[in-house]
Design a binder for this molecule. Structure first.
Ligand code: ADP
Length: 408
């Protein structure tokens, strides 16, 4: 089956085209056909397209909205020009969507029908920055391919659906939970779930025996304590703002700051929330950029004090969470890093994990700094009681596989 995986944002559409079916997924032999991103959807959208075994292409096109972007993408896939071994739209057998928030309703991936769509509409208030775009992506596919082509929704929150009450509740009046479902939901679930699954495969252990901490460090960052293969705590909360320091998000802070910043800066609550989401984190501290690679370069080349401070704060916060999740799990077998920063930066891994000898984690310098190895790998010494791993995440693969399972 050819499954199109879509991640629709406010002005971007990321996609991957994956050939998979029950046999292929059982054999871990799914085939990636193409991937890419359409950015700055509008008068001059930028399209970056990669076909496996083919070339890398960048072009521009006027694509007014998500629907036009989806339509363009589907027609390109089916065209001879793309070079993809798909000759017509009928050969796209299903579409899987990343949906950010599934609330308490959606505890696992679902096949999309009218009822699911209307329940998703009803919970837009939980994720007003993300879910509306995800829904638009689903509707666009329906318009272009017709409702006969099955679609599935895979939620960022679902992996955390079994968090215990003491982990998901905030210590605010319980009536707020009852009335408004105010609680911690957690995000990045598809990434944490993929990494935990891949770890299990690599180590050849049963799901029940997976007791690890996964740390996704990309533009957004989160940590997850996994016991018996299930998420038992995670650092993001009611929204993705809570927890680790991120590219532009502050992570944990004292909520009393909201009123104080608003009063001092003459802002309203919405503006302060925006500041905490969009102008804080690495960008806020460094005053330079949200991009870790650029910060590391600033630090190395110009000895920039604020770049160093931003990186130190970032690493410190991750380590603080690792310590608390080791306590939550009463010890763990491994810490697994993933995401653009976790996968690619030996320097950041060293700064986070280097001082964790007390916990029995000993980095192997040669393994950690081997930049030629881009696959899953152990970066601690063989005799480390607490292992450290790098496992590249693959959310799209999990979305494609869930879609196949749901549409059969
Ligand atoms: P997203 O969360 O949007 O999917 P990614 O997972 O691609 O983003 O992560 C983006 C982050 O990874 C950026 O901060 C980028 O600088 C960082 N990154 C990518 N490669 C490296 C590298 N070699 N060294 C340090 N940071 C890197």
């Amino acid at each position: 089956m050819n499954i199109l995986v879509l991640n629709a944002g406010s002005s971007t559409l990321k996609f991957e085209l994956i050939r998979t079916d029950r046999e292929r997924l059982a054999a871990d032999a799914d085939e990636k056909l193409a991937r890419g991103v359409i950015e700055r959807i509008g008068a001059e959208a930028i399209l970056e397209l990669d076909v496996t075994g083919g070339g890398h292409r960048v072009e521009t096109a006027p694509l007014a909205d998500i629907r036009e972007a989806v339509e363009w993408l589907l027609r390109w896939i089916a065209s001879a020009e793309s070079g993809i071994d798909i000759d017509s739209l009928a050969e796209i057998h299903g579409v899987g969507h990343r949906v950010v928030h599934g609330g308490e309703d959606f505890r696992a991936s679902v096949r999309i029908d009218d009822d699911v769509l209307s329940r998703l509409q009803d919970m837009i208030h939980l994720a007003p920055l993300h879910n509306p775009h995800n829904i638009r992506g689903i509707e666009a596919v329906r318009q272009v391919l017709g409702s006969g082509v099955p679609q599935a929704a895979v939620f960022d929150t679902a992996f955390h659906a079994d968090l215990p009450e003491h982990a998901y509740l905030y210590a605010v009046p319980y009536s707020l939970y009852r009335r408004h479902r105010i609680r911690r939901y957690g995000f990045h679930g598809t990434s944490h779930r993929y990494v935990a699954w891949r770890y299990r495969k690599l180590l050849e252990v049963e799901k029940e025996d997976v007791r690890i901490i996964t740390v996704h460090l990309g533009n957004g960052c989160s940590a997850c304590a996994i016991d018996g293969g299930r998420s038992v705590d995670t650092s993001m909360g009611f929204t993705p703002l809570e927890g680790l320091v991120m590219g532009t998000r502050a992570g944990d802070l004292d909520p009393a700051l909201l009123e104080y910043i608003a009063a001092r800066e003459g802002m309203n609550v919405r503006e302060v929330t925006n500041l905490l989401n969009k102008q804080s984190g690495l960008l806020g501290i460094s005053g330079l950029t949200h991009d870790m690679r650029e910060l590391l370069a600033e630090e190395a080349e110009h000895d920039d004090r604020r770049a160093r401070l931003a990186i130190d704060l970032f690493c410190y916060r991750v380590r603080k969470y690792l310590g608390s999740y080791l306590a939550v799990l009463e010890g763990a077998d491994a810490i697994v890093l993933t995401g653009g920063i976790g996968q690619n930066s030996a320097a950041i891994r060293q700064r986070i994990l280097g001082p964790m000898g007390w916990a029995g984690l000993h980095l192997d310098e040669a393994r950690n700094s081997d930049s030629a190895d881009r696959g899953p790998r152990r970066v601690s010494t063989d005799d480390s009681p607490l292992a450290a791993w790098v496992i590249p995440t693959d959310e799209e693969l999990l979305i494609a596989r869930d879609t196949v399972r749901l549409i059969g």
